[in-house]
Structure formats: structure tokens, C-alpha cells
Design a protein around this ligand. Sequence first.
Ligand code: CP
Ligand code: NVA
Length: 318
Amino acid sequence: MRHLVSIKDLSSRELEVLVDKAEEYKRIFKSQDATEVQRNHLKLLGRTVALIFSKRSTRTRISTEGAAAFFGAQPMFLGKDDIQLGVNESFYDTTKVVSSMVSCIFARVNDHEEILNLVEHSNAPIINSLCNMYHPLQAICDMLTIKETLNYTRNKLKVAWIGDANNVINDMAIACLKLGMDVAISTPPGIEMSPIIVKAAEDITKQNGSKLLLTHDSVQACKDAHILVTDTFVSMGEEYAKEAKLRQFKGFQINQELAQHADSNYKFMHCLPRHTEEVTDEVFYSDHSIVFEEAENRLYAAMAAIDVFVINKGNFEI
Ligand code: CP
Ligand code: NVA
């Protein structure tokens, strides 16, 4: 059994397989050929998948429930007020009970430690659906979106992140580097990438020659970039620090003035939900923006994850 905790745990080949599978499921899902659709779905008919979510979600919930339905499984959304967890029952007991009855657990939690605890005690694959450190389903989706828009397999791409050092860029940076892209990350002074991510990133750059730039200079990060990307400045669970963070991020908005330093054909990405402080309407709704294609691709990333980690029990080569 394999779990999906972070892109960091996957080889480049395994990541490529997940992206290719997501691409293939997109084709099948949109196919008008009923026999092809039938051949590929209902592989989990009569089964259930659990979504243990202790935080809000639009895309992750809809995409994982949709992917479960595609394979014939019944998704069960278990929000923090739905089950006994944390109030009347321990994390350990809950994990043992839930994992004894379902095909997999999608888990959206606060601390990364909670994902590791689930992995330790679960009898079913755990698919990290966001924790404070990682968001691997988002990264798989983002790699598919970049592949179909700018084709990183044929073109040398530079991805520039302007924003927080958070869960989304942690997995996205590792994914981009593993697939041979260059990554530039601009964060405000005082906000630095986790040393765990920097070490993992540097190991990859040494192996495959892709480049990582960490800076506080957004113009330098954006220079000739093919992809500009950001996320909220205030992640879920950080609402208490909202005012201080917004002050810290002054000058880190992606706007047309900044975007003019990027490649003339640049694309703008954002995992969503989005706020105007991190990107202006002019960029977010421009022809450069691929945010809604990106959001749709969450569905195919979830299908690929279920295929590999649940149906094929962690075997990437089937
Ligand atoms: N991008 C993302 O994970 O969105 P949700 O929080 O709506 O699931
Ligand atoms: N960094 C954000 C991502 C939301 C999809 C958060 O953790 O809230």
C-alpha cells in the first residue's frame, strides 16, 4: 500500500505517470464513446471513500467526490461536525474504524503531523487533500495544466511564484523541478521557504539541472517567466494573523506592471480561492489566465490519484 502525502515522496517517473493518467482520464471523461467510458469506470462499484475534512473546501471536495463517483464508489463527506472525532473519539480509534470500511481516505487537516498519524494507523490508502505543509493533488493538477498549455515536455519553462511560502508552493515547486522546469520564488522579507523543501529542491536541481531561485525581489522572479502563480496571503487557520500578513505582503500583488516582466505569452495560475490583494482583476480575468482550466483539472488529478493509490494499490506501472 502507498499513500499520497507529498510530491516530495514521488520519483520524477511516478509524478509523470500521475500527470499522464490525469490527462488520459480527462480524455476519457470527455469522450463521447460510451464503451470507452464504461471500460474505465465503475472499478470501485459498491465501495466507499471517506473525506475526513477539518477545513472548508470547494474544489477538493467536488473533485474527489466526482472522481469517486466516476469509479462507482460512494463518497462520504465527514466534516468536523459530522463524526465523533476530536469531541467524543480519539484520532487513533477513528482512523482504525473508518479505514476498516472504506477504499481510501482523503484527508484535509491542519498539521502535517495529522497526515502522518493517519498514515501510521490506517488500513486504507491516505490521500493528503491539504495540510499546512503540502497540497499534492493541487500540484498534480497544476502539472497537467502546465503540460497542456505550454508543454513542459518540449519547452524549457520558468515558473515564478509571488507570495507566501505555503503548502501549495511547497508541492508545486518540487513538482516543477522534478519535471525539469526552473522555479523562482519571491516571498516578502521575513517569510522564507521551509528548509525541508529547500533541501529537497536542491537535491533535485543537482540531479537534473533545473534551477531554483529564492528571492524577495518579485521583478527578478518574474523576469521572462512563462508561468506566474500565487495563492492567498492568508491560508486557512491563519485568519488570526490576517492584518499583519496583509501588511507584510504589501507590494507582492501580481498586477499588469509586474506581469510585463514575464514572457509576453505568460500564463497566470492560482489554486483558488482568490482575493484581489494577491492578484488584480486585470490579470486574473485576462487572456493570460488559465485559472478555470486549472480548477477543472482538479477532477482529473483526483481520478489519477484514485487509479494509482486505490485501484492499483500503489503500483504506478499498470
Ligand atoms: N484549491 C483548493 O484546494 O481549493 P479548495 O480549498 O476549494 O478545495
Ligand atoms: N494555502 C491555502 C490553499 C487553499 C487551497 C490554504 O491552505 O488555505
